[in-house]
Design a protein around this ligand. Structure first.
Ligand code: EPZ
Length: 447
């Protein structure tokens, strides 16, 4: 493997600070936005957070080096995952958007509560650790702001592959049968991105074939599958709801480029739709969010692919229209764009309805948007949004990543100043959001 010329060693947790991926914001940091500017210019899109986190876990499946390119290395969630891999004994090195991980040096198969609780994505070490070492002990991640988010499907499916699993003192204790995990036919009762990924990774080193039925079809799963194939895995059916994995004795190193972040892409599309103007989103694709793009166009925006970039625009004289959306597993409308779309509907002409079917508690942005003058009423898992003439700036706070960014978007069109508290959440998933929005004309700064 060719190492990047200047590597910063992340192999000890203190090095998180050295690389600069460690949280730069304290819980008290804020963002101030003054609304009223159209957005015009260019925004570079980062690699997908929700791919990157899983690809990092895939590195555990081999003792050779996995080299990842287009990594959103400055995100707080990536720093948490580095912390976990480092704890396990992996060697993690990074520079710019490159990360090289060597799990040949793993010393423990225990993922402790203190690290796992920071980010649910760390449950994805369970499948790889169990597959390669035959045992793993991973803290249960617990609930989070958007819902209870159980991991029962991950556990049950691994049991179907022969693992013995007990839950003790908040930990998942998993042991593979003698000779390793066994291929199995697994039917997920519900579509789950994480369970599909955990099982797909576990199955790469199992004895025989595994079939995952009712598998998730998110682009992040394809990307993980492509990386695993580059590492030597045998996988068919990516992009369909039936994925077949033929186990192999071992996997090797690989070089893989992470796909563009479709949720970051969609977020900046919606931002431009709200403010009016024209923005070129660099190095991304509409193919991964077709359903959301179709709805944006129905609402009055224009979105088109231009080579490797996407151009998004709305003429300020074309009013936004209220429309209905419902979140669904891919290829449906993504839950991770629901809050942002709702922010847009608050200023549309007429009413729109948002129905959330994936998570039970993903409307925490509603009271905050209401504080800015939005007219929203919630009934169960649906919200009716009646467009208002204008939002007004306010001090707001949100408790998860996408809710936080929805408040920033609302701030871009609100009259006066909006202060978004706890930007900690934003830094989990948006690289340099202040710089990127500021670069296309937004009046935004960290305070
Ligand atoms: C992933 O979470 C993403 N996270 C989420 O993005 C995203 O919202 C979600 O997929 C849906 O697209 C990462 O990729 C790190 P699921 P995941 O398993 O895998 C239930 C963001 O903002 N379920 O597909 O945890 C679950 O409670 C984040 O970037 C079970 O019941 O989601 C939910 O209702 C937030 N039992 C539904 O399935 C299980 O064992 C779908 O969840 C697993 C899940």
């Amino acid at each position: 493997m060719n190492k990047p010329s200047k590597i910063i060693d992340l192999s000890h947790s203190a090095a998180l600070d050295v690389q600069g991926v460690a949280p730069s914001a304290s819980a008290l940091d804020k963002i101030k936005v003054i609304g009223g500017q159209q957005l015009n210019g260019i925004i570079p899109i980062s690699g997908a957070k929700n791919c990157a986190l899983k690809l990092m876990c895939a590195s555990i499946l081999t003792e050779e080096t996995l080299r990842l390119e287009n990594m959103p290395n400055s995100l707080r969630d990536i720093a948490s995952q580095v912390e976990l891999l480092d704890y396990l004994g992996c060697t993690v090195e990074g520079e710019g958007d490159i990360m090289a991980i060597n799990a040949g040096t793993i010393t423990t198969q225990t993922a402790p509560y203190d690290i796992v609780r920071k980010m649910r994505g760390s449950i994805l070490v369970l499948g790889p650790l169990l597959a390669r070492f035959g045992h793993a002990k991973v803290s249960l991640p617990g609930g989070c702001a958007i819902g209870t988010r159980p991991v029962d499907m991950h556990i049950k499916a691994l049991e179907e592959m022969g693992a013995q699993i007990t839950l003790e003192e908040g930990y998942i204790n998993a042991k593979a049968p003698k000779g390793g995990l066994q291929g199995a036919k697994i039917l997920f009762p519900k579509v789950s991105v994480g369970a599909t990924e955990n099982l797909m990774m576990a199955a790469t080193l199992a004895k025989g074939a595994t079939v995952l039925a009712n598998a998730a079809r998110e682009p992040e799963i394809n990307d993980l599958g492509e990386c695993l194939i580059a590492m030597g895995a045998k996988i068919e059916g990516l992009g369909t709801d039936t994925i077949r994995i033929e186990g192999v004795p071992s996997l090797g190193g690989a070089h893989h480029r992470v796909i563009a972040d479709r949720i970051e892409t969609g977020t900046y599309m919606i931002a431009t739709g709200m403010t009016g103007g024209q923005v070129r989103l660099e190095n991304t694709s509409i193919d991964h969010i077709n359903s959301a793009v179709a709805l944006m166009c129905q609402a009055g925006m224009s979105v088109e692919q231009d080579g490797l970039d996407v151009i998004v625009a709305r003429d300020i004289n074309t009013p936004l229209k209220g429309i209905d959306i419902m979140t669904e597993p891919h290829p449906g409308f993504p839950t991770d764009l629901q809050a942002q779309f709702m922010a847009m509907l608050t200023i549309a002409d007429g009413a729109g309805m948002v129905t959330e079917t994936i998570f039970e508690n993903r409307f925490m942005h509603v009271p905050e948007l209401s504080r800015m003058g939005a007219d929203i009423s919630v009934q169960g898992n649906s919200a009716i949004i009646r467009g208002v003439k204008k939002l007004t700036g306010a001090e707001v706070m949100a408790t998860d990543l996408r809710a936080s960014v929805a408040l920033v978007l609302a701030g871009l069109v609100a009259e006066g100043e909006t202060t978004v508290n706890r930007i900690y959440h934003l830094e989990r998933g948006y690289e340099n959001i202040v710089g990127k929005l500021g670069g296309v004309g937004a009046r935004i700064q960290k305070a």
